[in-house]
Design a protein around this ligand. Structure first.
Ligand SMILES: COc1ccc(N2C[C@H](O)c3cc(S(N)(=O)=O)sc3S2(=O)=O)cc1
Ligand SMILES: [Zn+2]
Length: 264
């Protein structure tokens, strides 16, 4: 597989050389210009039904931490979606300090981090691997994160970070944990648009649903995101570990797409 990253020759400006979709017309992330969004009154209520008895495993894949979920009881439907989608994994993007880290921006404002709950269309496709390449294959519930009060739900995830500090570290999470607790209280106000995976291969298969309400975590919890290392052994010439930070793609051209709003 082709190496890619967030800086230097393998960074986002060169992704299109090995991953042609990265140069497509409906790429993500984007800036949400709230003066140009269009209210859509036809959306049904979002239905987010997760069970908390699912077993999941947390890995550090060198680009983010990824909590993969293998429960057929974690489903998403409604809102702008025509089909039923199943939770595949969730992960985050964050910065080297609290002033940057989110992928999407709102009126040019970048948040400290961004949570992605990735779902695949089980009505139209037989597997996630098939769905990630196809239009309408993927739906990503997205929440912005800012530094503020401590978030107790996040501690269930962060408590496993010592096991995944190095790349390919894996930790099994089987305590009762429902990822729904990571979402904001207000789940009726969101923006939605059609985009892409924000990492290579950048398939244009994603419907983003981005909550307006921002989730707060403490600065210390954000610092724990940054404690992950990018690789198993390589050390910087000064001998210390290279930490996984600034794993966000720059915003991409809207190319005429309209961002819909579920609220007026
Ligand atoms: C078999 O080929 C594949 C299997 C899985 C994936 N994925 C990993 C990607 O990094 C990725 C990035 C997503 S984001 N930042 O929410 O837009 S979602 C997602 S993924 O889980 O679909 C890609 C190819
Ligand atoms: Zn993501």
């Amino acid at each position: 597989p082709v190496a890619w990253g967030y800086e230097g020759d393998i960074g986002p400006c060169n992704w299109h050389k090995y991953f042609p979709k990265a140069g497509g017309k409906r790429q993500s992330p984007i800036d949400i210009d709230t003066s140009a969004t269009q209210y859509d009154g036809s959306f049904k209520p979002l239905r987010i039904h997760y069970d908390s008895h699912m077993c999941s495993s947390l890995t550090n894949n060198g680009h983010t931490f990824c909590m993969s979920v293998n429960s057929d009881q974690c489903n998403l439907s409604g809102g702008p979606l025509e089909d039923k989608y199943r939770l595949l994994q969730f992960h985050c993007h964050w910065g080297s300090d609290d002033t940057k880290g989110s992928e999407h921006t709102v009126d040019g404002h970048q948040y400290a981090a961004e949570l992605h709950l990735v779902h695949w269309n089980t009505d139209k496709f037989k597997s996630a691997d098939e769905a990630i390449e196809k239009n309408q294959g993927i739906a990503v519930l997205t929440a912005f994160i800012k530094a503020g009060k401590e978030h107790r739900g996040w501690n269930h995830v962060l408590s496993h970070f010592k096991d995944i500090k190095k790349v390919q570290g894996t930790s099994t999470v089987n305590e009762d944990f429902n990822p729904k607790c990571l979402l904001p209280e207000n789940q009726t106000d969101y923006w939605t648009y059609e985009g892409s995976l924000t990492t290579p291969p950048c398939h244009e298969s994603v419907r983003f649903i981005i909550f307006k309400e921002v989730v707060e975590v403490s600065s210390e919890q954000l610092a724990q995101f940054r404690s992950l290392c990018v690789c198993s052994s390589r050390k910087r010439d000064t001998g210390e570990d290279e930490h996984l930070v600034d794993n966000f793609r720059p915003i991409q051209p809207l190319n005429g797409r309209v961002v819909k709003a579920s609220f007026q």
